[in-house]
Design a protein around this ligand. Structure first.
Ligand code: SF4
Length: 196
């Protein structure tokens, strides 16, 4: 049975949120991907990172990736909201799709679940724009991510940043920054089927 961890961190006392910049709730899939995306968005946005990744199994792996993201948040000064690790619900939603290949229909459900929870957090915190680090991965379908993000944002009355963060050497920059920060880099997407 997966752990059910429900926490939310307040911004650290020493975090300076730039009130002159528009706020964005950035769904972060892991620390390494977050590095280059935070760097790219920060000149124009006041970024709040939102961690909601109930797809990651087993729970020890989830904890390890979260720890890496906490290092990035501490290093960049970006506030990090850690939402529930609702792995049971992820499994419920994806159970019929476990045999799908990576990149198939299960991923669409998985993206939507994580982005919808990010959008709910944004609504609760009066943030009108959401984004995700997911498009920095060369293994993910950027058009699908952007379509789902835009749909979720529309349903919640928000705006979604249509982006392809791997462009302009985004992925390579994330590898470089993760090395510099000595971050753990996973070798599978997150769910158990992706680990086969
Ligand atoms: S392969 Fe990755 S994106 Fe697809 S369902 Fe698994 S964890 Fe989610």
């Amino acid at each position: 049975m997966p752990d059910q961890v429900v926490t939310e961190t307040a911004p650290c006392a020493d975090v300076l949120v730039d009130l002159d910049l528009p706020p964005v709730a950035l769904h972060v899939c892991c620390g390494p991907c977050a590095t280059a995306v935070i760097e790219r968005l920060s000149p124009e946005w006041s970024v709040s990172a939102v961690w909601h990744n109930p797809n990651i199994q087993p729970s020890e792996e989830h904890a390890r990736r979260l720890e890496s993201m906490q290092t990035v948040a501490a290093d960049t000064g970006v506030p990090l909201a850690i939402l529930e690790y609702d792995a049971d619900r992820w499994l419920e939603e994806c159970r019929a799709l476990l045999d799908e290949p990576e990149g198939g229909r299960r991923c669409a459900v998985c993206f939507r679940m994580r982005l919808m929870r990010t959008a709910q957090w944004a609504v609760e915190h009066d943030v009108e724009t959401i984004a995700t680090t997911l498009s920095i991965s060369p293994h993910k379908d950027v058009e699908l991510i952007n379509a789902i993000g835009a749909e979720v944002a529309r349903e919640c009355g928000l705006r979604f940043l249509i982006e392809d963060f791997k462009q302009r050497n985004g992925f390579q920059r994330s590898v470089q920054l993760s090395r510099e920060m000595c971050l753990y880099r996973q070798d599978y997407c997150g769910c158990l089927p992706s680990r086969r």
